[in-house]
Design a protein around this ligand. Structure first.
Ligand code: BTN
Length: 259
């Protein structure tokens, strides 16, 4: 096995979690971990099951975008069956778990661009996609998809070079994917247990947002809003102070920082 190759045993052994990562399904190559996760969830797989791929051939981003997912990166999806009350918190939970894990493994400080992109020095190092199957007030399942640029030479990928970075580019040396994955799974479980025992992760998420106080352009549905990102609410929405003095609450969207 190569130095940074992954296996189910190396990810799961002595992980110390109760449910996240207790079952791992690993693929050297896959279209998208989201697809397999959705299928597994429909079959009622154990809560916390993780689908991991070394490379994805049809990685899926937010807003129907393509997610570049070559070897050397982390691409995983985690299956959960939460109560509907916790759904807004998963956006916060996933990005915070990534921020905490990056710092623990590499010492690098990262920040969150609302709602859940993770940036280092203003460039995207991680994208998060959360898909839920909800009927009325019942969540059939939620899949948290996390893609992290780990050992990627961004200069080799002109299409993302201006906007993206990787942990190895930032650090100047390769980073253990195994260590990142294990930290991430532990943090996700820790934060979801905190939620279910009444804790809040809103404050820590808010305090890690790079967006607040900045001039932004937000694309939400077919509409583009411009203004200053004033604050975020406990449900994860963004309050935008428009240039005309208006206040708009935005549930989800794509932010460009203007400053
Ligand atoms: C985004 O920033 O647009 C979200 C990117 C999410 C990428 C991850 S990689 C693992 C999982 N599988 C996918 O196909 N997408 C998510």
């Amino acid at each position: 096995m190569g130095k940074d190759s992954l296996s189910v045993a190396s990810i799961t052994s002595d992980l110390g979690t109760h449910f996240v990562g207790q079952r791992v399904i690993y693929y050297p190559s896959l279209t998208s971990t989201m697809e397999v996760a959705r299928r597994e969830a429909r079959h009622g797989t154990a809560e916390g099951t993780v689908i991991i791929a070394d490379e994805q051939t049809a990685g899926k981003g937010r807003l129907e975008r393509i997610w570049l997912s070559p070897k050397g990166n982390i691409a995983l999806s985690i299956i959960l069956y939460p109560s509907v009350t916790y759904l807004p918190s998963f956006i916060m939970l996933a990005s915070l778990a990534v921020v905490r894990s990056i710092e623990a493994v590499t010492g690098l400080k990262s920040q969150i661009k609302w709602p859940n992109d993770v940036l280092i020095s203003g460039r995207k190092v991680c994208g998060i996609l959360i898909e839920s199957d909800v009927q009325g007030n019942t969540v059939n399942h939620t899949v948290i998809g996390i893609g992290i640029n780990v050992n990627l030479r961004v200069a080799d990928f002109p299409e993302i070079q201006q906007v993206a970075t990787s942990l190895s580019d930032e650090l100047g040396k390769d980073v253990s994917r195994l260590s990142m994955i294990r930290h991430l799974l532990v943090e996700i479980e820790r934060l979801s247990l905190a939620l279910s025992t009444g804790g809040s992760i809103y404050e820590e998420w808010r305090d890690n947002l790079v967006t607040l106080g900045k001039r932004v352009r937000v694309k939400s549905g077919g509409t583009i809003y411009e203004g200053v990102a004033e604050s975020v609410a406990r449900d994860g929405s963004l309050l935008l102070h428009g240039l005309d003095g208006s206040l708009t609450k935005i549930i989800t969207g794509d932010v460009t920082l203007r400053d």
